[in-house]
Design a protein around this ligand. Sequence first.
Ligand code: C2E
Ligand code: MG
Ligand code: MG
Ligand code: MG
Length: 281
Amino acid sequence: AAKGKGRNRFHYFTPEMEVLAQTRRRTLEQLREAIQRQQLEVYYQPIIDLSCGGIRKAEALLRWNHPDGQISPLQFIPLAEETGLIVEIGNWVFTEVARQSEAWARTYQVELQVSVNTSPAQYLDDHCCKPEWFEDILAQGLDPARLCVEITEGLLMEPDQTILQKLLMFRDNGVEVSLDDFGTGYSSLAYLKQFDIDYLKIDKSFVSNLSPTSHDRVLCQAIIAMAHTLGIKVIAEGVETEQQQQLLRQIDCDFAQGYFYSRPLPADQFAATWLEPDSKV
Ligand code: C2E
Ligand code: MG
Ligand code: MG
Ligand code: MG
């Protein structure tokens, strides 16, 4: 009877699901140890000021240097979010970015603001993103003006007061707030008005279809115009061509980020390319 059990069609797991669950458990175990094993690394991608072509900002993007090869955050961030591990990982990212940002400010005398991606789970955690927690980050010597937090529309959908308080905590400390992947969720611009957001990032799915005659051009133009009315600056993500850059300038977009300028780079390469006095800028 035991032998036939696995074939029972009422059994919850199919063999394929069992394999997936095992892979997931193994990946999770390895992710738990990734910090101690120093397998996590922050890459940086420049964000270009379209009015002058200079760089004042960058986005911190997490990489997992797994012994078998680098794993995309698109794969491990969701797992970290489901299991709550994102709180510890997120804390590590904040500390690392604070340390790096302070070191760059000392070495290059640049005004670079680094954006850090955050997950709703970090705001739902009891200890994370509170004033005492932020003190620890600042202990790295970081000037809060050099930090920006990126949040997703999902967070604004949470009607939780403590989340709003935590967002306000950042704002009160001089940290700017950016809304990531705008257009992929459900929030409207009118809805955004209640939240004191500094930047809105137009998702790359809209930017990739930009052409002089495309619907997405009209859509981006409308988003930018309305954002400006609300006092929000706009960053276009996923800019890959000169034509996209030109169109974004024409429709008054403030900042742009994408492979056209640079892929995300390890910290030392980023500094050599973008922060050295005789670099591109
Ligand atoms: P995101 O925050 O929307 O980041 C932008 C993504 O677009 C990055 O993918 C970046 O490498 C990619 N990208 C940049 N320019 C271009 C372009 O011109 N074309 C295309 N096709 N893609 C471009 P990445 O680095 O794989 O990160 C994926 C997502 O993982 C991020 O999306 C973010 O949601 C999440 N993530 C990354 N690091 C962290 C982190 O430290 N914490 C949290 N919570 N999430 C993170
Ligand atoms: Mg982002
Ligand atoms: Mg984004
Ligand atoms: Mg995106």
